[in-house]
Unconditional design. Structure first.
Length: 131
């Protein structure tokens, strides 16, 4: 079983929205063989809480324009890890510290990656120089 065309379409819309708000390290996984509750996960991160919220707002706006609303939202108050559940896809927008700590990529590394357009892959994480 593979992710539906609709799930891949929604992943691409969400990834483009996140990239437009300068999300870092955007990656999508086809989790349809592992989970029955969703077809795809989209992961991205940002260096601060404000940017996490900005990415969340843009993803929600773009997916709403595509005709879908999240059935569940979690973590929005803290702004460290926001989960948006759209049934076909689940979007994880994390502060870069949470992303490093929880390592969702390690959990889903055996799942096929969904190819994203170059414009939707986000920026590379920038390491701060503490010298």
């Amino acid at each position: 079983m593979t992710a539906t065309d609709r799930a891949v379409e929604l992943v691409n819309i969400a990834a483009e929205a996140a990239a437009d708000k300068l999300a870092q390290e955007i990656v999508a996984y086809d989790v349809s063989d592992q989970l029955v509750i969703t077809d795809a996960f989209l992961l991205c991160s940002a260096p601060n809480d404000r940017q996490v919220r900005s990415i969340v707002d843009e993803v929600e706006d773009r997916l709403r324009a595509a005709g879908v609303k999240p059935v569940r939202r979690e973590g929005e108050r803290d702004g460290r890890w926001v989960l948006l559940d759209y049934v076909d896809i689940v979007v994880h927008i994390q502060h870069e510290e949470e992303r490093g700590y929880y390592g969702l990529e390690r959990l889903w590394k055996d799942c096929p990656e969904i190819e994203l357009p170059e414009s939707a892959r986000g920026t590379a994480r920038v390491e701060e120089d503490h010298a």
